[in-house]
Design a protein around this ligand. Structure first.
Ligand SMILES: [Zn+2]
Length: 318
């Protein structure tokens, strides 16, 4: 049984009473149950949430237990049915086939270090404005997808939803789409990169998802770049965060690279390490602790886990 609780994020005024930090952790309204997102080492109380991140649940001594406490970002939300990977792959490939990269997006991808051949192989595409300008090409593309796959199937693919005219529409626009691939080179998700962030210069990433329209959410996956050198015997396996970074690492280094959705989900890479069995794991996270103090915490836990499993590892900064 999951108990419905109102979770309140830790603040400076009311920090987490387990780790003492003013962010990221949470507690329920009455304050007798706390969820710490910085669980210590291999504590028996440590659990893993749906995104692969660790947490531990703590109950203040002397308070009554009223149920099992599980914690996800959206504890009450159950994602509607999502199509199987092979269908997601077919739909996304047909969708991407109908799109291109416009000049500005192309320049951005060049600046990121991708050559024209890489851009073609990676299937990076620009999704132009559709909702605002009622883009005719996109309308035709969506009609084509409706004809091939049918509305029912498309509603099981994150990123599509049924509009008030009962036609398939898109949940986002004006984004560069970055394919997320599984180990079989199936495109199972799309990451969206806001193309022209002039203010900060920092690219912002979101998912191609239907969750705001009561459709399936995108999920968060380990990504296997199409550029990966998967046919050689693996001495090193590079593990980074973010799909575009993994694609670039696969192009520039001789070793294969996979990415996890974020540093907190490092546990998701463990089954892949077990399967690929590299001689050495190379961790290549963004170690910018000044902007994200949690990176250090997860990085250390990841290293500890590898050490406990007697897996050789090193750190790469690039
Ligand atoms: Zn905490």
């Amino acid at each position: 049984m999951t108990t419905n609780l109102e979770w309140r994020t830790a603040t400076k005024k009311r920090p987490c009473y387990i780790c003492g930090k003013p962010d990221w952790c949470s507690r329920n309204r009455s304050g007798d149950v706390a969820i710490c997102r910085r669980p210590k080492g291999s504590s028996k109380t440590t659990k893993i949430d749906s995104s692969g991140a660790e947490y531990s649940v703590h109950r203040k001594e002397g308070t009554k237990t009223t149920g099992n406490y599980t914690h996800n970002k959206k504890p009450e939300y159950k994602s509607p049915r999502k199509a199987e990977d092979w269908i997601l792959n077919l739909v996304y490939r047909n969708f991407l086939d109908g799109l291109a990269l416009d000049g500005r997006a192309l320049t951005q991808m060049h600046q990121r270090g991708l050559m024209p051949d890489d851009i073609n192989a990676g299937l990076y595409k620009y999704l132009p404005e559709f909702l605002k300008k009622n883009n005719y090409n996109i309308t035709l593309l969506l009609q084509k997808l409706e004809n091939i796959f049918g509305i029912e199937t498309l509603l099981q693919v994150p990123g599509f939803y049924l509009n008030t005219n009962k036609r398939i529409s898109l949940t986002t626009h004006d984004q560069i789409l970055i394919p997320v691939r599984n180990q079989h080179n199936q495109i199972i998700s799309l990451k969206c990169r806001l193309p022209y962030d002039s203010e900060t210069g920092i690219p912002k990433y979101t998912y191609f998802t239907s969750s705001k329209h009561n459709g399936p959410s995108s999920g968060a996956y380990v990504h296997f770049p199409v550029f990966g050198k998967w046919n050689k015997s693996h001495q090193n396996l590079i593990i980074t965060e973010g799909e575009l970074k993994a694609d670039l690492a696969s192009i520039y280094f001789d070793d294969p690279c996979i990415s996890i959705p974020g540093v907190s989900s490092w546990r998701r890479s463990i089954p892949e390490i077990d399967r690929i069995k590299p001689e050495k794991v190379v961790i290549a996270f963004d170690m910018d602790k000044s902007t994200n103090p949690n990176v250090d915490f997860h990085h250390n836990n990841f290293c500890q886990e590898l050490q406990d499993r007697s897996i050789k590892f090193g750190v790469l900064e690039w």
